[in-house]
Design a protein around this ligand. Structure first.
Ligand code: ADP
Ligand code: ZN
Length: 221
């Protein structure tokens, strides 16, 4: 199954995708995580992407699409994936459709995590990320057991450099202008499943799993 999680920054795409990936035994592909790995390793791509990311702007399509293309050609992606952070505009959605159709595949399922702006701002401004395993925590919503230490792996937690008020505002604006048209793109293709993601992360997770199971049932009929 090729699945996309769509929604504004702070909707919980990364948090949900990580758990879903374990449950559904599919790889989680996050273009944000892949880009951050490139920035911290100092690769050519990382050097090119860094300033865009710090400003809250999109990294140019050509760079991100090439990076994603390499990732989805790896053997672990044969049975599908859960994609988070891509596509972020219509031209990326078209590029993805093209890449998949060359493999005789298509996007099966898009979940849109509908989230209100105050919730998004509260989540992003308190978000903490594990520097070793990438797990997400939150200073008040999901505090780690020990301050600034990951519950899963004891790694050090940090605050992302783009999770500051100015950059958050810019990311939300970019989302509205460039990414929100994707809702129509996938709903026109009958792939969109919308749910409210303002609530607790476990409730949202169960709702996503219900949707996936229901769609598997209808496929069998
Ligand atoms: P969020 O969705 O919370 O903003 P991400 O980790 O998905 O965070 O992305 C962080 C940054 O990485 C974005 O602001 C953007 O600069 C860059 N980025 C990630 N995915 C893409 C993409 N598909 N196209 C362009 N830029 C991207
Ligand atoms: Zn960790």
């Amino acid at each position: 199954m090729q699945m996309i999680l769509l929604g504004p920054p702070g909707a919980g795409k990364g948090t949900q995708a990580k758990t879903l990936a374990e449950r559904l035994k599919l790889p989680h592909i996050s273009t944000g995580d892949l880009l951050r790995q490139n920035v911290s390793s100092g690769s050519e791509l990382g050097k090119l992407a860094k300033d865009f990311m710090n400003k809250g702007a999109l990294v140019p399509d050509e760079l991100v699409t090439r990076m994603l293309g390499e990732r989805i050609n790896k053997p672990d992606v044969k049975g599908g994936f859960i994609l988070d952070g891509y596509p972020r505009n219509i031209s990326q959605a078209e590029a993805l459709d093209d890449m998949l159709s060359k493999k005789n595949k298509e996007i099966d399922f898009v979940v849109y995590l509908d989230t209100s702006e105050p919730v998004v701002i509260q989540r992003l401004s308190g978000r903490l990320v594990c520097s070793s395993c990438g797990a997400n925590f939150h200073t008040t919503n999901m505090p780690p057991k020990v301050a600034m230490v990951c519950d899963n792996c004891n790694g050090k937690l940090y605050q992302r450099s783009d999770d500051n008020p100015g950059t958050i505002k810019k990311r939300l604006q970019v989302y509205l202008e460039e990414s929100s048209p994707l809702i129509k793109y996938y709903s026109d293709r009958n792939k969109l499943h919308r749910l409210s993601a303002d609530g607790d992360k476990d409730i949202v997770l169960n709702e996503i799993i219900d949707l996936v199971e229901k769609s598997n049932d209808t496929d069998k009929v």
